[in-house]
Design a protein around this ligand. Structure first.
Ligand code: 3PG
Length: 305
């Protein structure tokens, strides 16, 4: 079988090496398309492949139509909103993700960004500490749980709300379970977003929601830019001079947010999962899942059943 690694944002070289070992070790062929800049390169590369490993790469109807032999896509990561999973299903293409494999990397970045924010982006002025501050985690999945674990090391008071995770599981991790998303925003100094981009969550972080935060509130987003209602957040920032927005995903309205100097920061490129460890873990998992699919028809991590 021919397996394509298509990554607009490449993996660390060691991860590619490890993926190659797994794929070739199982008797398959590996082809690479890294750092592509144009959709046509992807359309050309998918033409004769049986499987694909991708990151946040956009796998649209057009890509799926061009990939005539494709049987499985392994998303080396958690979020699969960049893949048209329903269309893939109509074409009989299995889509899998690799949950948990890059979550520590994203969680660590939350704190890298938070320290940067509370120390005023290292502008020399006196900032604040994280110890004793209240952190609210929105969605207690793999990343949220790691954020909770690290936050305790910082001496923070940690709460979480997850519409799909029972309060007992949150409490068992030593984290206070809020009864609602509103309560999470009302009772915390910092809210960290870990919700996926779904029809229910897209644009859900709006004026009303964030305005519930107390004075000096910080919103940190290492999830997806789509969950933010950008025009409303911009309006809120104009109305309230005390809030900060820190994001690992450049918003569409980046230029407008930049006008709120000292209150906004976005990484130039999504960096959450950009560590050698995360790339290796997610890359190897994706390769092994593809091998298991071809060897024994395993679809354990399928997200488009
Ligand atoms: C994920 O969904 O796994 C993360 O957002 C990381 O995405 P990336 O592989 O595009 O960096």
């Amino acid at each position: 079988m021919k397996v394509l690694v298509a990554t607009e944002k490449p993996f660390a070289p060691k991860a590619v090496e490890d993926i190659r070992k797994e794929i070739e070790g199982a008797g398959h062929e590996l082809v690479l398309l890294e750092k592509y800049t144009d959709k046509t390169q992807l359309l050309e590369s998918v033409r004769d492949v049986d499987a694909m490993i991708v990151r946040s790469d956009k796998v649209t109807q057009e890509v799926l139509d061009a990939a005539e032999n494709l049987k499985i896509i392994a998303r080396a990561g958690a979020g699969y909103d960049s893949i048209d999973i329903e269309y893939a299903k109509t074409k009989g293409v299995v889509v899998e993700n690799t949950p948990g494999q890059n979550s520590n990397a994203v969680a660590e970045l939350v704190f890298g960004l938070l320290v940067y924010a509370v120390r005023n982006f290292y502008n020399g002025k006196s900032g604040t500490e994280l110890m004793g501050k209240k952190l609210g985690i929105l969605a207690f999945g793999n990343v949220g749980r790691n954020v909770g674990r690290i936050a305790k090391g910082f001496g923070m008071e940690v709460s979480a709300y997850d519409a799909f995770c029972p309060a007992e599981i949150i409490e068992a991790a030593g984290v206070h379970a809020c009864n609602s998303q509103d309560e999470l925003f009302q009772t915390n100094d910092i809210v960290s977003l870990h919700i996926p981009a779904t029809p229910e969550t897209i644009q859900s972080i709006d004026y009303r929601t964030v305005n519930q935060m107390g004075k000096g509130g910080i919103l940190i987003n290492t999830a997806r830019k789509e969950v933010i209602n950008e025009p409303e957040l911009l309006k809120l920032f104009a109305d309230r001079g005390d809030l900060k927005y820190i994001s690992d995903i450049k918003p569409d309205a980046d230029e407008e947010f930049k006008k709120f100097e000292g209150r906004y920061f976005a990484t130039p490129k999504k960096m959450g999962a950009q560590t050698a460890e995360a790339n290796i873990n997610a890359g190897i998992a994706a390769a092994r899942q593809i091998n298991a699919f071809f060897a024994e028809g395993s679809t354990k991590f399928q997200v488009n059943k």
